[in-house]
Write a protein that binds this ligand. Structure first.
Ligand code: NAD
Length: 423
């Protein structure tokens, strides 16, 4: 079965991983029941005037999965496929990520079901402001803190922050900047946040290379999705001597056996909003992309991209999941049989939430850390989470994914046990 050929129920897949990890950790039944569903599911409809004077009503979501360890935290996705099922899955993954990394946040996720590519910057600004207004006090720096995800970026976060702080009391304005993370530096963002998710993926690959004594210099990668996560991963890999030889985005796939210049491709993508037409790449099909022999595969686009059909084709040594949920369990079973290791999403792509946490701390303390400080802390967090996960996986003879879930669950379960159930 190809990954994209059947209706995909992302939340059910995530609940399946929870089920497996709960069994492994002997999670109390009531804790599992609490974690199996989000605490709050908010849906808003709001009108926005388009540039041509027409008014369109949009559907927005915010899912708050769990706030045991701290305020809800998670991205805002703008995409035509956004659904309740998808956001419930992504929100729960945020709970596991924060618990695995010891970041004092819970899990949240939200978004709007529409294609941002169909709208002008002015329309995007009005859509973002009306959405933020519709969410009202359901978000807040001590309650629920959005960040960028697919289809949103630092500019989106600045519009959200500006709307939020201007609808609250004037004397609280500065404090309230921490309502979102992933902002531009000028508007209170952190050094290193833009590249943090890609940097985290690369730290994991480096750890794997160190453990397996694999020389990264001269190695190759294929990267699906060339937005924030994909392009920054490719760029940072190139600094270690790893060339990206095939890339893909929503417009199609390109191959360059000599290796793409990741800097130039990133600039081209920023100017053209896709990799389509980039001059030094040969156009290939999606199947040919998955057949391209390389050392690493970095999925950095959507969920459910690798079913068993794609998994059989993949000819790589290691997969590091930049995207959330890119591999279907059927694809994962094939890869396990073939002995292809996977660094799972909740480990590999948590550099983003980690530096978001640093941004939140800086905002709340009116500090600005330099880039070296952020990078030093991020490296420490990624290494620690990587080593704990791989050690647990080896000890319990489970996949790195189930090990990462189990470690997250153990931390949540301890906290539930200590605190008990209210009242
Ligand atoms: P983005 O919007 O910056 O980029 C998304 C990329 O995926 C674009 O290049 C787009 O063209 C491509 N894409 C979309 N549909 C595709 C398709 N059908 N086939 C191939 N390519 C397609 O988004 P992003 O922030 O880079 O997020 C990518 C993934 O990483 C998502 O799964 C997101 O949840 C995850 N993630 C992002 C962050 C972050 O900090 N931005 C953190 C953790 C995880």
């Amino acid at each position: 079965m190809s990954a994209e050929s059947e209706e995909f129920r992302f939340f059910k897949v995530i609940q399946g991983y929870l089920e497996q990890a709960a069994e492994l950790t002997r999670l109390p039944a009531h804790t599992k029941a609490i974690l199996a569903e989000p605490k709050n599911e908010l849906i808003v409809h709001f009108p926005v005037q388009m540039d041509d004077g027409e008014t369109r009503v949009f559907k927005g979501y915010r899912i708050q999965h769990n706030n045991l360890l701290g305020p809800y935290k998670g991205g805002m996705r703008y995409h035509q496929q956004v659904s309740l099922d998808e956001l419930k899955a992504l929100a729960s993954q945020m709970t596991w990520k924060c618990a695995l990394f010891g970041v004092p946040f819970g899990g949240g996720k939200g978004g709007i079901k529409f294609n941002p590519r169909d709208h002008s910057p002015k329309e995007l600004r009005r859509i973002t402001r009306r959405f933020t207004h519709a969410l009202g006090k359901n978000i807040g720096p001590a309650h629920d803190i959005p960040a960028p995800d697919m289809g949103t970026n630092a500019q989106t976060m600045v519009w959200m922050m500006d709307t939020y702080i201007n609808t609250g009391p004037t004397y609280e304005k500065n404090d309230q900047r921490a309502v979102v993370t992933g902002k531009t530096i000028n508007s209170g963002g952190s050094e290193g946040r833009e590249t943090a998710t890609g940097q985290g993926v690369v730290h994991c690959i480096k750890e794997w290379a160190r453990e397996t004594r694999f020389d990264l210099e001269g190695a190759t990668a294929i990267v699906q999705g060339f937005g924030n996560v994909g392009s920054n991963t490719a760029l940072l890999l190139s600094k270690l001597g790893v060339s990206t030889i095939a890339v893909g985005d929503h417009t199609g796939y390109l191959r360059n056996d000599e290796g793409f210049n990741a800097h130039k491709l990133q600039d081209y993508d920023a100017a053209n909003h896709s990799i389509e037409g980039y001059p030094t790449g040969e156009k290939i099909t999606r199947d040919e992309f998955f057949e391209t022999k390389a050392d690493f595969f970095i999925p950095a686009a959507l969920e459910n991209q690798v079913g068993d059909k794609e998994a059989i084709k993949l000819d790589v040594r290691l997969i590091a999941e930049g995207a959330n949920g890119p591999i279907h369990p059927e694809g994962e079973a094939v890869l396990a049989d073939r002995g292809v290791p996977i660094i799972p999403d909740i480990l590999a792509n948590s550099g983003g939430v980690t530096v978001s946490y640093y941004e939140w701390v800086q905002n709340r303390n009116s500090e600005h850390w330099d880039a070296e400080e952020v990078q030093r802390r991020l490296l420490h967090m990624m290494r620690r989470a990587y080593q704990r996960t791989m050690f647990y996986a080896a000890e319990k003879k489970v996949s790195a994914r189930i090990a990462a879930y189990a470690l997250a669950l153990e931390s949540l379960a301890t906290c539930y046990e200590e605190r008990g159930i209210f009242p």
